[in-house]
Design a protein around this ligand. Structure first.
Ligand SMILES: NC(=O)c1ccc[n+]([C@@H]2O[C@H](COP(=O)([O-])OP(=O)(O)OC[C@H]3O[C@@H](n4cnc5c(N)ncnc54)[C@H](O)[C@@H]3O)[C@@H](O)[C@H]2O)c1
Length: 408
């Protein structure tokens, strides 16, 4: 029997997942229930390691999941589908969790779709909801979350955006201030507002903590950040750092420390899950490539040749492969190379981060903190409000924060 995770506070915490039946969200729910029931170790959770000792983390068995989704499914179906493709969610485990998963599925309701004719490549099977004004869509999202909180008597709800990557939105004056954004909502300017922004706005105006795990740039604009600050709610994003970029941010500082000058860093990613299909669309891919590309120059401090390729290979499903070639120059100008191959299961890498981020957001809210959470930079490719991209520097931010929490 696996060891039970840390427990100390007793009340129930709601976790509202936008994109509730996606590969990542489903793995989060299966994993949280498996750990809560002692069927699996809490492997991969920073909040279960020594750095996080002595802090009153929310017990994983107190988490209640719900969310918005645009595809018809339920957790047993979504989890079985994941298993048939990647083998990452064992049928034995899913059998033991069957009732749990069916119960959590009852909390998932229909989400909002992109408007103004925008479609997300790869979501042809999406079930359409009646087109509505932006204001009415926000009101519906808020009603859904409030009903969930009331029904389960949750003392807090943390919202997490795990929807498909959206095409990059051209930001305008409407995204700069809250007043301008609210005018866009009042005028029902559908071109300026994507579903991620509606979800973020709905959470922010309810004063709920919000984690933006996707690279979509429409969600945490300056206007919406202002809303969270005004409502004393913490938030953090963007785009979870789980694979090739995580390795890059750990390795690039080594070249810096030894003054090995990096000349070129070429990275190729191949993946095949629904996210991979969505990213096969060039507009959606731009959000992701932009978020992966900025990191090296920021760590090394000089311009270099970089390339990030992302290709969709359906048979790989969620098993992503990244091959990186690093060409660098050493003593006497001699050129050498480092190559690495990273083979990870995307959702398995990301799911424990979501549980950590939920706990951190809950902790921040319980301490009355609001606005962005810079100490969580190590979890993101584009950490909001944090210039530090070096994983070691980001880790220090986290560890310093936890020392402050312990010191009271
Ligand atoms: N390692 C990782 O898994 C990882 C790392 C960083 C970022 N991300 C990001 O997390 C997100 C989720 O990844 P995934 O692998 O679970 O993708 P996925 O395609 O399996 O899941 C996305 C889910 O969102 C749903 N959805 C799309 N638009 C929606 C809307 N408007 N409202 C409600 N639901 C909507 C889809 O139907 C789908 O079920 C992606 O944006 C991805 O880029 C994932």
């Amino acid at each position: 029997m696996a060891k039970k995770p840390a427990t100390s506070r007793s009340k129930r915490l709601g976790v509202w997942l936008f994109g509730a039946y996606g590969g990542l969200a489903t793995t989060v729910v299966v994993g949280a229930r498996a750990i809560a029931k002692g069927l699996s170790e809490p492997r991969g959770l920073t909040t279960e390691t020594d750095v996080a000792k002595g802090i009153s983390w929310r017990p994983l068995d107190s988490l209640v999941f719900g969310g918005h989704e645009i595809r018809e499914s339920d957790y047993p179906t979504a989890a079985a589908e994941i298993h048939s493709k990647t083998g990452s969610l064992p049928p034995e485990l899913l059998r033991k969790l069957k009732r749990d998963l069916a119960t959590q599925s009852k909390n998932v309701v229909r989400g909002v779709l992109p408007n103004a004719g925008a479609t997300i490549e790869g979501l042809a099977g999406a079930v359409k909801r009646r087109k509505d004004t932006l204001r009415r869509q926000i009101a519906q999202i808020q009603r859904d979350i409030k009903a969930f909180q009331k029904k389960h008597r949750l003392d807090r709800v943390v919202c997490v955006n795990l929807t498909s990557t959206e095409p990059t939105l051209r930001l305008s004056a409407a995204h700069k201030t809250l007043a301008a954004f609210e005018r866009a909502l009042d005028k029902d300017n559908q071109k300026a507002v994507r579903p991620s922004a509606l979800y973020a706005y709905a959470a922010g105006s309810l004063g709920l903590p919000f984690i933006h795990f996707t690279p979509s740039n429409s969600a945490l604009t300056p206007a919406i950040e202002e809303l969270f600050a005004a409502n004393n709610a913490p938030f953090m994003g963007c785009d979870g750092k789980t694979g090739e970029t995580l390795v890059k941010s750990a390795l690039a500082p080594m070249f810096k420390y030894r003054d090995l000058r990096v000349l070129s860093w070429q990275g190729y990613n191949i993946l095949g899950d629904r996210d991979g299909h969505v990213l096969a669309d060039s507009e959606n891919k731009k959000s992701k490539v932009d978020s992966k590309d900025a990191l090296l120059q920021s760590i090394l401090g000089y311009p270099l040749h970089t390339h990030v390729g992302i290709d969709y290979v359906p048979s790989l499903h969620d098993l992503k492969t990244a091959w990186d070639f690093v060409h660098f120059e050493g003593f006497l100008g001699f050129k050498m190379a480092l190559q690495f191959i990273w083979q990870g299961c995307d959702a398995i890498l990301a799911a424990p981060l979501i549980l950590d981020l939920v706990r951190f957001a809950d902790l921040a809210a319980s301490r009355g903190e609001s606005g962005s959470m810079p100490h969580l930079a190590c979890f993101f490719k584009q950490p909001l409000g944090v210039k530090e991209q070096d994983l070691h520097g980001q880790w220090q931010l986290l560890s310093d924060y936890l020392d402050r929490v312990r010191a009271g």
